[in-house]
Design a binder for this molecule. Structure first.
Ligand SMILES: Nc1ncnc2c1ncn2[C@@H]1O[C@H](COP(=O)(O)OP(=O)(O)OP(=O)(O)O)[C@@H](O)[C@H]1O
Length: 490
């Protein structure tokens, strides 16, 4: 097997442990000494065991002109005869697993390879899928060097997924590939497309524009507070009461009574949905606040700020929102995929409100049916929805999903450029799988390492990654430790 798929490149040297094995390369194969190559170590003393690992810390060494040892050649390089030098390449192999050829199975690493064992770089990783299997396999890319199409396990999406990388590295394309694969294996996916350019153009027949989706009264109250810059502590309760009574008919009843005075015809409109309108809502709010005993100055501030900060179109457009968040959830459950194009709602608070209400509808459904749903929410540009140290309308429901969604089959895929700051700590600590590439901030790698085994992947390695190159680490990766993949065409 090794002859067919691998190239012998060197031997192990002394000082190995079960996790790290120093190796040296043969002169003729030094060009294969590349970080993140997959290797097999064959120790003849280990029967029916091959060790699978990854090359890290490739180093060039030379015994005559050594680091930290003064040599006369440094001052007299002209006397240096290149033919007497013996440069060589060494590296560390981070061991990931033991392969058992007789049973085509994978075990943890138990034995330290004997110095002198042969090291093989895997040139064609197809055979690895005979050993490394997943319950619900999906493919979003191949290992950069061996071409191994790693079987990721979609079953672990319910422990949530994070995708992180600097701008332009290909996060959205990776997420797109992930969506396609999840749908292929029967998961139901709702994508919140923040800018309308990352997913909407690719799934045209599954797109709903957010302007069609209604917003629930408590969320409308939050949006009004945010837009009008009315602080929630003082105005939240008044706004909630006013919005709920406005939509639930208190206002409708008043209207009907007054219209009956002019037109005594019995109304057939009793069950009609209330019409939103800035002037009548503001009047209703003022009446309602007065009824609740608010101070004149508080009432006046609410009236003034709503008048100044919220344009009439906001209220007019509430009337056009006819699809309920529950409709969206049901559509996703029936057709497997719904992409919500949020770009026509330019205001962030409204986008957040839609996200909050759709996820909330899914929670209502699981609570009512007491059965898990198998529904995945994709939140790209996560810094707009769950930033650290900043309250957002949808932050709490997303956090609840990260913490408790697993039991109910409610999963998250969050993507953003940064990890810390862009994503609440409680959410990122609940990400079971992380894809990461070149990162835009120092320290972000440490952040991931705090809750995931990164097996010595360094910032220096990340800095060299090109577009579409991502490490996949965590539960969806059957090896659990980072493997460098090149995302497929997406
Ligand atoms: N898997 C892929 N297949 C084809 N092209 C890709 C792939 N990944 C990245 N690209 C190319 O790189 C560009 C940037 O990718 P993408 O928009 O996914 O980056 P991003 O990390 O989401 O960027 P941003 O953070 O700015 O949104 C794409 O427009 C495309 O040209």
């Amino acid at each position: 097997m090794l002859d067919k798929c691998c190239i012998e490149v060197g031997i192990t040297t002394s000082g190995a442990s079960v996790s790290l094995v120093p190796i040296q390369f043969y002169k003729k194969t030094e060009n294969l000494a590349l970080e993140e190559q997959l290797v097999i170590i064959h120790d003849p003393s280990l029967e029916d065991e091959l060790l699978l690992g990854v090359i890290r810390n490739v180093t060039k060494l030379e015994p005559l002109i050594r680091d930290r040892v003064r040599s006369p050649f440094v001052d007299r390089p002209e006397v240096l005869d290149q033919t007497i030098l013996m440069p060589f390449t060494s590296a560390m192999v981070r061991l990931y697993a033991t392969l058992k050829p007789s049973t085509k199975s994978v075990l943890e690493v138990r034995h330290v390879p004997t110095p002198g064992s042969k090291v093989f770089v895997i040139k064609d990783g197809k055979f690895l899928n005979d050993y490394i299997k997943s319950n619900l396999p999906i493919h979003i890319g191949n290992h950069k060097y061996s071409g191994w199409s790693i079987n990721l396990d979609a079953g672990f999406v319910n422990q949530h997924v994070g995708v992180f990388g600097a701008t332009g590295v290909g996060k959205s394309r990776l997420v797109k590939a992930l969506i396609e694969e999840l749908v292929r294996v029967g998961k139901h996916v709702i994508v919140f497309d923040h800018s309308g350019v990352d997913y909407t153009p690719y799934f045209r027949d599954r797109v709903i524009t957010s302007k069609e989706i209604s917003i629930s009264p408590p969320t409308i109250a939050s949006v009004i507070a945010e837009k009008a810059r009315l602080n929630w502590q003082t105005f939240g309760e008044y706004l909630e009461v006013a919005v709920i009574t406005y939509v639930s008919g208190d206002k409708r009843m008043k209207r009907q009574q007054s219209s009956q005075l002019i037109d005594p015809q019995p109304s057939t409109q009793a069950s009609q949905v209330v019409k939103w309108d800035k002037a009548s809502f503001t009047k209703h709010l003022v009446d309602s606040m007065r009824g609740l005993g608010a101070r004149d100055s508080t009432v006046e501030k609410a009236r003034l700020f709503i008048d100044y900060f919220i344009e009439s179109e906001f209220f007019d457009e509430l009337n056009k929102r006819t699809l309920s968040p529950m409709d969206i959830v049901n559509m996703a459950l029936k057709s497997n995929l719904v992409v919500i194009d949020l770009s026509l709602d330019p205001e962030l608070v409204v986008k957040q409100a839609i996200v909050a209400d759709v996820i909330d509808a899914a929670w209502r459904l699981v609570k009512a049916s007491k059965a898990p749903l198998d529904l995945v929410f994709v939140i790209d540009e996560a810094q707009n929805y769950v930033p650290e140290n900043e309250w957002t309308i949808c932050g709490d429901i997303i956090e609840t999903t990260a913490r408790e969604g697993r039991k109910w089959g409610l999963s998250l895929i969050v993507a953003s450029q940064r990890i810390a700051r862009d994503v609440r700590a409680s959410i990122r600590a609940n990400l079971g799988t992380v894809f990461f590439s070149r990162l835009s901030a120092q320290g972000d790698l440490r952040e991931i390492a705090a809750y995931m085994d990164l097996a010595d992947v360094s910032e220096a390695t990340l800095a060299q990654l090109g577009t579409r190159e991502f490490f996949v680490a965590g539960l969806m990766n059957p090896l659990r430790r980072p493997i460098l993949i090149r995302v497929r065409d997406a």
